[in-house]
Design a protein around this ligand. Structure first.
Ligand SMILES: C[S@@+](CC[C@H](N)C(=O)[O-])C[C@H]1O[C@@H](n2cnc3c(N)ncnc32)[C@H](O)[C@@H]1O
Length: 211
């Protein structure tokens, strides 16, 4: 499963259907609703809120889980401006391929987020920031291992994890369970204000200091 940019054909490889993601997520949602979990990419406003922990200086290692069609990838790449490393881990090969061609500056890996510790170990890295676009279901069912402890263990000492939630699902049992799990796994969990300019409106959980 572990294909990277080079295996996808590199930056000059043939186009694919990714583009900026207008219809690709809808198509993938119809194929696999639980794993895709959305019919449209996140907004720029939500992406900007997600990337706030990325420092403006230095060489941070940023891991992106579930990049989809690249709504967060674009803003991460802009914020890094060629600094550090950006590893984007996408389970769906029909999304990972086009993404790798669109963002040659990011290392797109076709893999399960549960493989994160191995992916980082292979590269001799730990993550300074993990930015997750994953649906709740991925945190529970991925390869039968709970994902949050793996994410926490992958972070460097001052590492930060961000995750978004749609406001309308926030009080549903899976979302409440996830927030509880976040608070069990991290010493500090901060919730952003509602990002109204996203369809549907969403908020960002920012977690730091794994217990
Ligand atoms: C809700 S979409 C988010 C896409 C994009 N980040 C955005 O906000 O527009 C979730 C993405 O996570 C991917 N995904 C689901 N489970 C995954 C897993 N276990 N490992 C890696 N990616 C996964 C899906 O294929 C999909 O691209």
């Amino acid at each position: 499963m572990r294909q990277t940019n080079a295996a996808f054909g590199g930056p000059s490889g043939s186009g694919g259907s990714g583009g900026s993601g207008g219809t690709a997520l809808l198509r993938e949602f119809l194929r696999a609703p639980l794993l895709t979990a959305t019919v449209a990419p996140s907004s720029r406003r939500l992406a900007e809120q997600m990337v706030t922990p990325i420092p403006w200086r230095g060489q941070p290692t940023v891991v992106e889980l579930g990049p989809g069609t690249g709504a967060f990838t674009q803003v991460i790449q802009e914020r890094l401006g060629g600094r550090g490393r950006h590893l984007a881990v996408e389970l769906n090969p029909r999304l990972a391929g086009p993404l790798s061609r669109r963002f040659p500056g990011a290392e797109v890996v076709h893999a399960d987020a549960a493989e994160l510790p191995a992916l980082l170990a292979e590269r001799g890295l730990s993550a300074d920031i993990v930015i997750s676009g994953l649906p709740w279901v991925a945190f529970r069912a991925t390869a039968d291992v709970p994902l949050l402890p793996l994410v926490a263990a992958s972070l460097s000492q001052h590492g930060v994890f961000t995750q978004f939630a749609y406001c309308w699902t926030r009080w549903a049992p899976p979302a409440r369970r996830h927030l509880r799990d976040l608070r069990t796994t991290f010493e500090e969990v901060v919730l952003s204000r509602t990002v109204w300019r996203n369809l549907p409106p969403a908020l960002v959980y920012l977690a730091r200091r794994p217990r």
